[in-house]
Design a protein around this ligand. Structure first.
Ligand code: 6PG
Length: 243
């Protein structure tokens, strides 16, 4: 029995399966990169950790310069576990293994979160990100913005935070800085995310309990890009199912 919820007021694009979702995410990243470089000569991209983006990193690494202007692209992290860059839990390490080994970028274009003082990151962040690719935790967190965390009200561009599980010490981009992005795309895959995606798009929990609800770009574009399993509990025309 599939539960139903009102059609989400937020832009939701539903792909048939995880593979199609990642192809769509790679195509969207390419479009945003080309648009940013055409308009401003540079593309500032923030990526997340976790399991969801792994296939995306693999796909992006195989795009040629003619497809995605890597020579004009700067990569940042939405958050980082405060561990050494070679630690198995490092988000930078995940990206290095899945992307940089296949598609090296100059160090001047790759900006890992310093494992020390999160505020050191502020100096290397651009005024605005062109695209932030975010994940969605089953508890409604995104980046390392966890329910009830003091980081949710950080006024600067970054904040330190503590995760309730796994590597506890985290550093994260802040809500206001993420909301200054020109585009924010949540990548949501799998049946385990169906409840939280329905809550984020159509539920009534307060945002401090579901931090992903705090991410509403003030002038930028927002999209929830999900696969059919993750969108299973949303009613009606479940977004634009493509592919
Ligand atoms: C991290 C991520 C985190 C992640 C969500 C979803 O450092 O772990 O930035 O916010 O996006 O926890 O993780 P999955 O993609 O593994 O479900």
């Amino acid at each position: 029995m599939v539960e139903y919820a009102p059609m989400p007021p937020l832009p939701l694009q539903v792909e048939p399966d995880a593979a199609a979702l990642m192809r769509a995410a790679a195509a969207l990243t390419t479009r945003e990169a080309r648009r940013s470089v055409e308009e401003r000569g540079v593309f500032h991209l923030a990526v997340s950790g976790g399991r969801t983006p792994s296939t995306l990193f693999f796909l992006l690494a195989r795009l040629k310069e003619e497809e995605l202007p890597w020579s004009r692209t700067h990569v940042y992290w939405a958050d980082e576990r405060r561990v050494p860059p070679d630690h198995p839990e490092s988000n930078y390490r995940l990206f290095r293994e899945l992307f940089l080994k296949e598609r090296p970028l100059p160090d001047a274009q790759v900006h890992p979160f310093p494992t020390g003082d999160a505020s050191l990151y502020e100096a290397c962040l651009p005024e605005r990100l062109d695209l932030a690719l975010l994940g969605l935790g089953e508890d409604g967190h995104t980046a390392s913005l966890f329910p009830g965390s003091p980081a949710l009200t950080a006024a600067g561009r970054t904040a330190v935070s503590r995760s309730p599980q796994g590597v506890k010490d985290r550093a994260t981009l802040s809500v206001p800085y993420l909301n200054a992005s020109r585009a924010v795309v949540f990548l949501v895959s799998g049946a385990a995310k169906a409840d939280i995606l329905r809550e984020v798009l159509a539920g009534s929990e307060p945002p401090e309990r579901v931090p992903a609800k705090l991410i509403r770009p003030t002038e930028g574009r927002l999209l929830y890009l999900a696969d059919r399993e993750a969108a299973a509990k949303l009613r009606g025309r479940p977004g634009r199912i493509t592919g």
